[in-house]
Design a binder for this molecule. Sequence first.
Ligand code: PXP
Length: 237
Amino acid sequence: MTRLSVNINKLATLRNARGGNNPDVVGWAVEIERMGAQGITVHPRPDERHIRRADVRELKKVATTEFNIEGYPNAEFIDLVMEVKPHQVTLVPDPPGVLTSNAGWDAKADGAFLRPVVARFKAAGIRTSLFMGTDAEQIAAAKETGTDRIELYTEPYALHFSKDRDGAVAPFAIAAKYASSLGLGVNAGHDLDLQNLRHFHLNVPGLAEVSIGHALMCDALRFGMENTVGLYLRELR
Ligand code: PXP
C-alpha cells in the first residue's frame, strides 16, 4: 500500500495572508486525516512564511496518522524535530529563501554533513528520509548516510509526463528498484497531481508514501477537500 501524506503548507499560507486563524491549519489536519489521508506533512521554513514552529508543536498533539516534518537541517530545525519527535523527518537541501524544494541532496558531497544528523534522529526513534534525485551513485551515497528511506524528487517526472509518460517514469522505476535493493524505503513527492499520480504509482515498485501539497489544495478549491482526498486515494488503489 502506498500512503498519501497531505502537505498542508498551503493552508498555512492562506491563513497567514490575513493574520487570524482562518483556515485553522490544525483543525484541517484532523479533518484531512478523518477523510482518509494516511499522513500529514509540514515544511516549516526559517521565515515561517507558511507553517510556523507553533503549528508543528500543535499538530503533533492532534495527529493520529503519520506525521512527517520536512526541512533543511539547520540547528533550529533539528531542535524542533527533536522536541516534537514526528514519525518521520524528510531532509531537503533547500537554501534559505527558496520558493520550494527544487533539487535532491548531493549525498556524495553532503554525506559527512548528513550522517550525524541522520544518526541523531534515528537514535531518537524518528524515521529519516532524504530528498533525492534518481542518480544511482547518489542513491548509494544516501544509503551510506544511514537513512531509512529516500524521497524521490518527482518534478522532472511531472514536467515530462504529458509528452512521454513512460520515458518520464522510467528513471524513477529504476531508482526505486535500486533503492529497495539497498534496503532503503522509497517515498516520492513534488508536483504529483491527479493526472500523473496513477501512472507513477503503477510503474514505480514498492512506493511507501507520496507527499502531495500544491496540486491537492488547488483541486480542493474545485472539488472540495473531502472529495479531493478521496480522488487522490483512488489513484493509489
Ligand atoms: N516533498 C518535498 C520535500 C517538498 O518540499 C514538497 C513541497 O513542499 C513536496 C514534497 C510536495 O510538493 P507539492 O506541493 O508540489 O505537491
